[in-house]
Design a protein around this ligand. Structure first.
Ligand code: ZN
Length: 495
């Protein structure tokens, strides 16, 4: 018996512990998915407690001394191996997580459950005051979280960025965003002055939209044995385990934005789906970073989903589902309509040009909120003022303003910038894909999406988190984070 026990190598023991942690996290993911897809609202309190417990258990297991000891024993692995990558990634997460007391981790998970429910209600009733105490609590918890890390030379906000984007600094984001603002604000201004565009005329029945969404997914390579698609107010993708990909979309009768939400979530889903199964139940079994993840959702939503080639393939399938609404509109007019630059209120519905400004607004407000220069109660007014300044739109109510995103209700501060970094990266990767695969639009027109998907799988998806995001980007594109290809793309398309 003891002979068997001593035969377990440190690496095997580490893998066993990590698998148990991953299983607890997957259980939490299922609980979260259920709370957003199918749980009756009155379950929120009990679910928040359950999530708090699961999160605390995972945290305690992950930060236990045994795991730290194993990481020390495994310090000298060959640096190029997958095992070494596993130890490196685990050590980084371990050292960060070990700074957070289990109690704080549990408090944060529990606060999230309650705040999401309050945010939901506040948004439905257009009443920021319902959400305010929860936002105050989230800010307080986030500051306690930041305090767990030693003060660095850069910004306190670096701590939050590092959670989603290894190696990214507030300075670098500020620099990239300043460059974007320089080009985007005048571009939006010029576009706002242009007029005479066609706007889609609904209603677009929900059932037909669901059918259309599934047709797109099937074209991209959706397998019902591994995937499912549900309806939620805020679309998301979840992977509660290898081979189990759950997407949600949001359907609105007034327009066809659900199609683009579905493509977006597909991008997240396919990344997770195509990660090497040998990495399952380890910290290597997820995407490299939030921005790399987002580069993929944006790639499928915009670079594929707004391409002429895609619509030459898909429009003949879409039109018959909406004969009255689309019957007299040809595919290129349709494409112009869904690609139009139209400054609006909602980030999730924003076009490619205005999207970045929605993010820059949030990046600025988050820093002000956490540094204490702005109180949570002042947010709606500031939000509305800056929407006017950057996008020239008047916010009619908080549901269409400061309450539109759920992120702050689950304590996601430092996350928004990764969306825009993802846009920037998506074009860098796209340029490389085109140079290797030839004319992608011609392939899309024939309904062929697998050459692109296979290339992405080979270059990015299968590696999971084996490489840090900066290294992965260099391996794929040969360069570092660079806003110029993205700006060139926008200027060519929209100038
Ligand atoms: Zn996304």
């Amino acid at each position: 018996m003891s002979a068997v026990e001593t035969a377990v190598s440190p690496l095997e023991r580490l893998r066993t512990l990590l698998a148990e942690v991953a299983d607890l996290q997957h259980a939490e993911s299922i609980a979260d998915w259920d709370s957003r897809v199918s749980m009756p609202p009155a379950g929120a309190q009990a679910r928040a407690e359950l999530s708090g417990t699961l999160s605390r258990l995972a945290h305690e297991k992950f930060t236990a001394d045994e795991l730290g000891g194993l990481l020390d024993e495994l310090r000298d692995l060959d640096t190029d191996s997958v095992d070494a990558a596993l130890v490196r990634v685990t050590r980084r997460l371990y050292e960060r997580a070990a700074r957070i007391p289990g109690e704080l981790a549990g408090e944060m998970a529990e606060a999230n459950g309650l705040a999401v429910a309050a945010w939901d209600e506040a948004k439905a009733r257009c009443d920021f005051s319902i959400f305010l105490p929860h936002l105050e609590r989230q800010v307080e918890l986030k500051l306690r979280y930041i305090d767990c890390f030693p003060p660095e030379e850069g910004s306190f906000y670096d701590v939050l960025l590092e959670d989603y984007e290894e190696g990214m600094t507030t300075d670098e984001v500020t620099r990239v965003f300043a460059r974007l603002k320089e080009v985007l604000v005048p571009l939006v201004q010029r576009k706002r002055d242009a007029n005479g565009e066609v706007v889609l005329q609904g209603p677009f029945p929900v059932a037909a939209q669901e059918q259309a969404g599934l047709l797109v997914l099937q074209g991209f390579g959706y397998d019902p044995l591994s995937w499912r698609l549900d309806e939620t107010p805020h679309p998301f993708a979840a992977k509660p385990g290898a081979g189990d990909i759950r997407l949600t979309t949001h359907t609105n009768e007034d327009d066809l934005t659900s199609l683009f939400s579905t493509m977006h979530e597909f991008g997240h889903g396919v990344y997770e789906f195509d990660i090497d199964h040998a990495y399952a139940r380890t910290p290597l079994g997820g995407g490299a970073s939030s921005a790399i993840h987002e580069s993929q959702s944006r790639m499928w939503e915009y670079l594929v989903g707004r391409s002429a080639g895609f619509w030459r393939w898909f429009y003949p399938k879409l039109q018959p589902l909406f004969p009255e609404q689309l019957g007299s509109l040809d595919e290129m007019s349709f494409l112009r309509t869904v690609s139009a630059v139209r400054p609006g209120l909602i980030r999730g519905d924003a076009d490619e040009v205005t999207y970045g400004l929605h993010i820059i607004l949030r990046f600025e407000l988050e820093q002000e909120l956490l540094s204490g220069t702005v109180a949570p109660a002042e947010l709606p007014e500031l939000w509305n003022g800056r929407m006017m300044e950057y996008l020239g739109v008047a916010v009619p109510d908080d549901a269409h303003g400061v309450l539109q995103d759920m992120h702050w209700s689950i304590g996601l501060f430092g996350y928004f910038p990764t969306y825009q970094l993802g846009n920037v990266i998506s074009v860098q990767i796209w340029e490389r894909a085109e140079s290797e695969l030839g004319d992608l639009e011609q392939q899309f027109e024939r309904g062929e999406f697998s050459p692109l998907r296979e290339w992405l799988r080979e270059q990015i998806y299968r590696h999971g988190s084996r490489y840090p995001p900066r290294e992965l980007l260099r391996r794929v594109t040969g360069s570092d984070l660079d806003p110029e290809p993205y700006l060139k793309y926008l200027q060519t398309k929209f100038a």
